[in-house]
Design a binder for this molecule. Structure first.
Ligand code: NAD
Ligand code: DAU
Length: 353
């Protein structure tokens, strides 16, 4: 038995591969295009592991997909591969349509052909698990109930629209062709190996570098935060026991304003790596221009996955955030590896002025 993950050199996929190999004997194949967000340093510790194979390539490459599927005969595919950053989708949506929509379509078609060629037993045991986001549901006001699996899709950014489109394709491939699919819609992840274009790692690294901590707009936007290892355990549980064709919301029951998140990071850094002048890192907080179309609030109702599959997050926001800050303080070489010229160019373009 083998599973195939796509996008396994990224933040969540990388954590998923590491957790899988630390807990299970089943081999895992990782197909990743290695965009700016993909980093093999994350997977250095499993490089020589017989249970692990890396394939460099694109989920939009049908020929390559056919070859990998035939060679490794996976019993499941976990689709993490995506362009994932909302701000980048605003600057340049094309790649998001290409990978998230066309890429997912190409992957579904290759997997459908492969799945049809399996015997009846393998066919019914097969799973295609699509990793998606809560952003497909749009935005909430302060007194709205959290998103459930039956909320309408109302994506507001090019990123969330492209993810919504991919979710619809996955759903249709089940209804029309019978492909055994599962979809998870998760809230904001944080933890080790998070690329520093996203809020939490960006703020940790900017604080330590003595740079401004950029808060978009009034900083009162709300996100629900989930420690990445908890997301990985939810995905393993859905893969193992989820009902084919169903979607599962995954969240941490940790709604926080952005300002609260940034202030907590500053307090942790004040304790763990204080500034030499004794002033709090919070002094570096700077309000900057808001993100266009910025969703005000996301909140996840994760009762379905808890009730039906018995999954609950293990970390609180306090324990998870402390682990994360400590990880960044202890893993400066990983940080140096990913903060290349391309990354610096992004900061220059996006935070200019
Ligand atoms: P990421 O940007 O850190 O990693 C994406 C990975 O996909 C990278 O390794 C990249 O090289 C790879 N990739 C991109 N295009 C590819 C292509 N065409 N073919 C093969 N590989 C390709 O993203 P992430 O934060 O790890 O997110 C993983 C998945 O989880 C995404 O589908 C995202 O939408 C979803 N998600 C993310 C979050 C979050 O908070 N980060 C929350 C919910 C859902
Ligand atoms: O909700 C799940 C989604 O969470 C995932 O689908 C996305 O892939 C992931 O990137 C994340 O999207 P967000 O846009 O919520 O994450 P980001 O870290 O970019 O921003 C979190 C919040 O912080 C958001 O309200 C914007 C704000 N922000 C972000 C940055 C980078 C700032 O105020 N300043 C910043 O510099």
């Amino acid at each position: 038995m083998t599973v195939l993950v796509t996008g396994g050199a990224g933040f969540i996929g990388g954590n998923f591969v590491l957790d899988w190999l630390s807990q299970l004997d089943e081999p895992i194949v990782n197909l990743d295009k290695l965009t700016y967000a993909g980093n093999l340093q994350t997977l250095a510790e499993v490089e020589g592991d017989d249970r692990y194979r890396f394939v460099h390539g694109d989920i939009g490459d049908r020929e390559l997909l056919n070859k990998i599927l035939n060679e490794y005969q996976p019993r499941a595919i976990l689709n993490f591969a995506a362009e994932s950053h909302v701000d980048r989708s605003i600057h340049g949506p094309g790649e998001f349509i290409q990978t998230n929509v066309v890429g997912t379509f190409t992957l579904l078609e290759a997997v459908r052909a492969y799945w049809l060629g399996q015997d009846d037993q393998a066919k019914s045991a097969f799973r295609f698990l699509h990793v998606s986001t809560d952003e497909v549901y749009g935005t909430l006001s302060a007194d709205d109930a959290p998103f459930t699996e039956t909320n309408r899709y109302e994506p507001n950014s090019p990123y969330s629209a492209s993810k919504a489109a991919s979710d619809h394709l996955v759903r249709a491939w089940h209804h029309t062709y019978g492909l055994p699919v599962l979809t998870t819609n998760c809230s904001n992840n944080y933890g080790p190996y998070h690329f520093p274009e996203k809020l939490i790692p960006l703020v940790i690294l900017h604080a330590l570098a003595g740079k401004a901590l950029p808060i978009y707009g009034d900083g009162q936007q709300v996100r629900d935060w989930l420690y990445v290892k908890d997301h990985c355990s939810a995905i393993r549980r859905v893969l193992e026991a989820g009902t084919v064709g169903e979607t599962y919301n995954v969240g941490g029951w940790n709604e926080k304003t952005n300002l609260d998140v940034v202030t907590r990071i500053c307090s942790l850094l004040d304790e763990l790596s204080p500034r030499q002048d004794g002033i709090s890192y919070a002094q570096q907080i700077t309000y900057v221009q808001d993100r266009p179309g910025h969703d005000r609030r996301y909140a996840i109702d994760a009762r379905k996955i808890e009730r039906t599959l018995g999954w609950k997050p293990a970390e609180t926001f306090e324990t998870g955030l402390r682990k994360t800050v400590v990880w960044y303080l202890e893993n400066q070489s990983w940080v140096e590896g990913v903060t290349s010229g391309q990354y610096r160019q992004w900061l220059e373009t996006h935070y200019r002025g």
